[in-house]
Structures are given as structure tokens and as C-alpha cells.
Design a protein around this ligand. Sequence first.
Ligand code: ADP
Length: 420
Amino acid sequence: MFAASIAIAFILIKNVYSLYAACLFLICIFTLIILYHTFWIYRLSKWLDNRSIKNLPNGYGVWEKLFTQIYRTETKQKKSKQELFELLEQFKSAAGAMLDGVIAIDKNSEILWCNKTAQKMLNIIPKNDYHRPITYIFRNSIFKEYIENDDYEETLKLTLQPSLLPLEIKVAFFGANQRIIVCRDLTKETENQNMRKEFVSNFSHEIKTPLTVILGFLETLEIQSDKNSHDKKMISMMNDQAYRMKNLIDDLLLLSQVESSQDINRSEKINISSLLSNIKNDLIKPSTKKQKFKYSIDSKLDIYGAKHEIESAFSNLINNAIRYTPINGEISIQWNIINGLAIFEVTDSGIGIPEKNLKRISERFYRVDPDRSRETGGTGLGLAIVKNIIIQHQGEMKISSEINVGSSFKLIFPKDRIVS
Ligand code: ADP
């Protein structure tokens, strides 16, 4: 329409005046059009610099349509932004009211946000610690490994860490590789557990004395009874069962002692090579199974710790290797520094442990084959004792195993336990 009017005006001016006048007219019109659009582009760019619905110009002609469209889009966006903000505020206040600690971290494990409970639990100070990796703020090697592993199927329990609330940690992914960490305070649960442990410990103490008396009488009776008599067999069976009970009570007492004595001084200088030769004399030489033993022992490598606990942990692992490895099998015992850490490793070519049992194998009374364990004199507490001892020495236990191929148990001690 506009173009047609210009064309008619152009022809009229050309016919009435001259072609020159008509061209001049056209140039004026185009200049006006350019000025008009430049003006509105300028208004648009001004508005873009200070984007607010209130300042949006009305426009004219084609610009009116454009500004109306911008107005609609902006209003819609503002509304959804507001809704999102309200939702976020609601989430924050709900998470803030939770008794559990909630922390959001990004793909680099940097803290994005956390609620008040989490701030108290993990000592997070928002103004200093936001946008810093959580593993810098909450320094714990087990937690660090758990967060970095990206496998959160199982929850993490931090119950034996000195100067830290007992915590259960769950992690879930959200958004673009971001994660939510939920920390639950296990103080009440731990207190109940401690009460149960205390009961078991007291009970074991009480039963130990009468059992020792019974064992003494049974031994005397066994010696005094006729060699092939029926009584002798019965007494011998009673003796065996009483010994099993004694072993169980001893292990229960040792376990409760290791678990409860978090504050004892585990800084005795231990000569590991002499400790290992004691174990060799007490355990390996008397063994009737006669497996092949290999040793790789750094005789100069000593550590600081509680000697009786370390001896018990090493003996338990060697004893298990002997019990679960057939005659002619191989058992290797290694004590060396690897990557700056002191590592005790027992590897055997025994029956192995099925993969599905590996995760629970160090729980108390958890056995792959309870009959086999009992037949070989096991109490089901050995690995639970070992695990607790290594945790009390700030180290960790690693187990790998393949069924019918063999198992490897590693006790890893931290650098600062090595005697330099
Ligand atoms: P137990 O007294 O039953 O041996 P432990 O706590 O020492 O108790 O070990 C728990 C379970 O782990 C055992 O019952 C056994 O099934 C398995 N196990 C431990 N050590 C070995 C090993 N070296 N080879 C195969 N299985 C093992």
C-alpha cells in the first residue's frame, strides 16, 4: 500500500515536473524511512541496555507490533522467573527446616548451597566456603573417596571418626551432574548400639570366670578318665565346645575393647619383623596343613600403634589364610612401603569369597559358610576385629577375592604411623 502510494506520487511528480524532481522526492522518502527505523533501533538498543518492562517504548507501525511481542515475552518470562524463585525459596526454607544436613554441590564437588544443619555438622561457613570443594572443607579421607567415586548405591557411615558426630551420608544426582548430599546424625542410633555393645561386653566379662573354672575341671576330668571309655569321648566333646565358647568370649571382649577405646594412646613403637616372627612361631610352624609360605618383609619398616592390636589383626588375617587355603596351597605375606604407605598384605590361593559377600564380610558374625567357619575354629568375629583395629589406626582394609582362585587382604597404614 505504502509502496504503491510512493510509486503513484513518483509518476505524478515526473509527469508534472521532471524526472529529476521525482528522483529527489524518492531520495527524501528513503532518507525519512531510514531515519525512522534508525530512531526505533536506537530506542530498542537503549531499552536493551536497561531492560525493564516499564521502560519498553510503544513503537509505531511495524515497531508497535514488535514491541508488543517483546512485551508479551518479557511478561511471560518474568512470571516464570518469579515462580521459579518462589519454588527455590520454598525448597530452601523446607530444606532449612530439615533435621538432616543438606548440601548441593556441582560437578567439581564445589558447594553451591547448604542448610543450617549441614553448616553445623560439617563446619561450613557459607560466606567463606561456597564455591570451594566440599572435600577441602570437610577433610576426611573416607568421605573424599566416597564423593569422588561417583557410586552412591550404598550410603556411607562415618561412625568411628574421632572428633566427629557419627554421620550417615547419602548422595543423589540432580540437574547437570550436580549432587545433593544428605547427612543424618546417628548419635542416638550410635548410643543405642553402644548400650548393646556394653551389654555384650559386660556379659562376656561375667561369663569368662565361670567358663575358665569349667574348662579347668573338664581338662582334669579328661586326663583322669580311661582312654577308650565313653566318658572320655563325652568329656572331650564338652572340652571342645567349652574352648569354642572361650574363643568366642575372648573375641567379643577384644572387639568391644578395640571399639570402645578410641582415646587410648596408639603410639607405641612396634618392631613389625619381630612381631611377625612371633606369629610365625605361634601360628605358621604348628599348622598341620603345611601350605607353601612366601615372605616379602621390609625388616626396617616399623610403625607406631597398639602392639597387641596390630598382632591380633595380623594373626587373624594369617590364620584365616591358613584355614581357608587347602593343603599345597600358597600363602604370601608382605610388609612393605608402597607409595609412601606401610602395607601389610596376606594373599592366599584358597577357596576365595563370592563377590556378593565381599562388602559384608567384615561385619560381625557374617560368614560365607558358617559350618566351614565353625569346623575350622572360627568365631565369625576375626575380620570385624581387624577392621576396627585398622580404623583405630587411621588406616583402611582392602579385600579382593576370586572364588576358587584366592583372596588378598591389605591393611594400609597412613604415612605418619611409619617410624622414620
Ligand atoms: P571366621 O571366624 O568365620 O573365619 P572372620 O571374620 O575371620 O570369621 O571371616 C569372616 C568370613 O570371611 C569367614 O567365615 C569366611 O567365609 C570369609 N573369609 C575370611 N578370610 C578368608 C580367606 N582368606 N579366604 C576365604 N574366605 C575367607
